[in-house]
Design a protein around this ligand. Sequence first.
Ligand code: SF4
Length: 504
Amino acid sequence: MTKRQHKIPLMTTKKYGNTLINPLEKSRDTDRFKDECGLFAIFNNPDAAFKTYLGLYALQHRGEESAGIVSSTGSRMYIHKGMGLVGDVFDNASFGKLPGRHALGHVRYSTTGSSTPKNAQPLMVEYSRGMIAVAHNGNLTNGRFLHDELQARGAIFQTTSDTEIVIHLLASHRNAVKERDALLHTIQTLKGAFSMLMLKPDMLIAIRDSHGFRPLCLGKVNESYIISSETCALDLINDAEYIREIEPGEVLIITDHGLNSFFPFGKKRPRSMCIFELIYFARPDSFIFGENVHLTRQKMGRRLAREHPVDADLVMSIPDSGNSAALGYAHESGLLFEIGITRNHYIGRTFLQPRQAIRDFGVKVKLNPISEVVKDKRIIVVEDSIVRGTTTVQRMATLKNAGAKEVHLRIGCPPHISPCYYGIDFPSKKELIAANKSVEEIRRFLGVDSLGYLSIDGMLDCVSEGSKNFCTACFDGKYPTPIEEVEDKYISISDKFQEQIKFE
Ligand code: SF4
């Protein structure tokens, strides 16, 4: 290592859980949007690590690749993380190794950086101001620039996750007199989507980017404070109550002295909350962005029924994410709601597809039609979204093969025409079916009798926070922040961006 280089030692567990990565996992179901990450933390609780484990369990849908918890006794910090589901990574013995009254947890699906043990979060390091653990949900749109700039100045990266950038930025402000100033400078350097939690031995910090892309909420149980990506995690903690959302642009610091928040970007900034959280990612029992997720999806289903009515015998959903919108569609249309497909919940990560024969009926392993329900019926199928269309075409074929007389497909959101740069794993534009085909061409490709998508206006009419407060970029291509740094990963560092980081 040269004199100029600096490396921040990354703390890890010696053993990364019990679960090996299934190399097929990333490619197994590529026709779905992948969730991003889930965050949960609790401050001042005698059972902090176990409560965090429960919280992560509730947030499992936000990331299935890895899970981790950091705990703190107030003076020392401990970490355990590994690849796999929360239940794979932690067992009873794990909690004995995570003492203390404060804990921070993370479940991960990788959007930046590969799915490897070293990228599992939280990342915990010891730097000039002591120990710190960081966990992140989102995606830094200037991550490549910051990474290259920090590297050019001597930083040695040990992960390929953009979260490590935050740690190096914090370390780069070592001459700031107050730690709060170092934090403020760091946050002001970041662009894009970041709901983030930091744990120091005696302090929990919750940060939400000024657009508020990803959800983050504050709760309380007795004398303990909780921060969580979604409120469904609060419901698993006895007597926990929801207090409020962490506001877009807010930095909330929790210590033994109480709560203290500040707004490094100013308070009145345009919001761009991710509308797709409400359509697909968040759990139906969560309350995010001022809405109950299930009821919002139901409203969207009702609106879909008004926009795309059709004569039929029954309405059914593609479970589970299409359920709420399908119920709304059925209520509005007055048609019978039926279970026309059953889902196998047990194939999860362990289902391997070693033989062609299994690959061919793979779609039926996961979702199998109930032929007695659909046979000779005109059915309306409500699906949450279509990505590439490759899975949808198989699902529609299984319904026809099961004897459905007509299949009318209704989609609970507008067509996806552009990728997401804010923390959701999207395929490229050329792989998104709606970016390349008209609705009629998609209908023919899917082999259905009719196809209808919810309109953008219809979608936005279903949220009470006001259409201007939501990001709809994947539906209309209007990105609320510049994305040039992401579009070209190897963009040269312009003078404009040189001013972004002021190292001390
Ligand atoms: Fe959400 Fe789409 Fe915006 Fe990404 S581009 S933040 S998925 S609305």
